[in-house]
Every structure is written in C-alpha cells, then in structure tokens.
Design a binder for this molecule. Structure first.
Ligand SMILES: [Zn+2]
Length: 218
C-alpha cells in the first residue's frame, strides 16, 4: 500500500506515520530524511540540493522530485511506503503519479490530518523544549516542575515559532499551499480525512478506522 500523509505542522502526522509504518511493515519516508541521506552520501542531487540550502534558497522541484523518485525505486519500497512531507505542491503530486505509473504503481490514499487552529495553538503553546537535551514536553501531559527537564535537569523554553501569531501565519500559508493538493486527491477519490482534535493516540485509531471505511484492509 502506497500512502501519503498531509496535515499542518504540529498536527501529529510524523508520530502517526511512524506508528502506521510499524503496523503495516512498510517504510516511513520523510522528505527531511531523504535530503539528509542524499547530502551526507554526496549524491549528485544531494550536492545540488546542498548548494541551494546553504544559500538559504528553496530547493527546486525537479531536484526534490528526483531524490524522492530514486528513494521510491529502492527494493524496500516496492511492497509499499508512507511518504511524509512530500508532495507539497500540485506539481509534485502530478510528478509523483507520473513516475509511479511508469512501473505500474500508484498512490492509494492521501491521508489528511485535520485539526482546528485553536487546537493547534493550544497544543503548540503548551510545548516546551529542553535547551540541553532537546527533548520536548507538553505541559498538559507531562508533570514539569520549575521549568526543568526531568531527564537532564536543563532549562525548558518555548520555541519562538510556537507563539500564537506565528502559528496563525503558518496555518494561513499551509492552507494556501495545500488546497490545490487536497483538491487533486479529492477529485481522484483518494483523500481520507482524519480528525486530530483529540489526543494523538486517538488520531492513530481514527486513521485505521478511516482507511478501513475506504476499503483498505489493515
Ligand atoms: Zn533535557
């Protein structure tokens, strides 16, 4: 089964994708991992991507698409995969369908994790990160005393981009970028919407239910 995960940053798609990949025994592939592997292995595309990233520029679509295509051609991905962080644009989604079709594959379902801005703000403003060990905590679910990391004793801080104004701006940008992508998967009847208003654990249960309703046997 070939799946992609969509959803605003902070919606919990990374966690859900990891759990689903373990359950289905198929690789969870994040764009971040693909970039890091290509750059550290010094592949041609990795060198090219590094030139853009080190200048603070966006990596062009054809470079990103090339790296994803190479990764999905590996034997490990033939029985299925979960893509997380790609595609981000309609052009990337169309390219993905085109190159998968070359060897008779397709994206079966696009899972969109939906949550309201209010919930996202609440979730992210309760997040604290340890300056020393970088672990992150949620003030609602972890017992934290004196803003001190229970693992290493370091100070816990709120990340600059976890404040409500920055989150609101990120949500606007996210919806503007992904609406054409969502439409594309709705029109081709592959979109599965999953509610993430509750706890992350419930999100995972909701994903399994939604996939089964749409005819996927888990
Ligand atoms: Zn710590």
């Amino acid at each position: 089964m070939n799946l992609i995960f969509l959803g605003a940053p902070g919606a919990g798609k990374g966690t859900a994708a990891t759990k689903l990949s373990e359950l289905l025994d198929i690789p969870h592939i994040s764009t971040g991992d693909i970039f890091r592997t290509n750059i550290s292995n010094g592949t041609e595309l990795g060198k090219l991507a590094d030139q853009y990233i080190s200048k603070g520029n966006l990596v062009p679509d054809d470079v990103t698409i090339g790296m994803v295509k190479a990764r999905l051609s590996e034997p490990e991905c033939q029985k299925g995969f979960i893509l997380d962080g790609f595609p981000r644009t309609l052009g990337q989604a169309e390219a993905l369908d085109r190159f998968l079709a070359e060897d008779g594959r397709k994206i079966d379902r696009a899972i969109d994790i939906v949550l309201s801005e209010a919930t996202l703000v609440e979730r992210l403003t309760n997040r604290r990160v340890c300056v020393a060990c970088k672990l992150s905590y949620n003030l609602k679910t972890h017992k934290i005393a004196d803003n001190t990391c229970p693992v290493c004793g370091g100070s816990l801080i709120m990340r600059d981009d976890d404040n409500p104004q920055v989150i609101a701006a990120r949500m606007v940008a996210y919806h503007k970028d992904t609406e054409p992508l969502i439409d594309y998967y709705v029109r081709s009847r592959r979109l599965v919407r999953v509610n993430s208003e509750e706890k992350i654990a419930d999100t995972f249960a909701n994903i399994l239910t939604a996939l089964e309703i749409r005819g996927i046997k888990i």
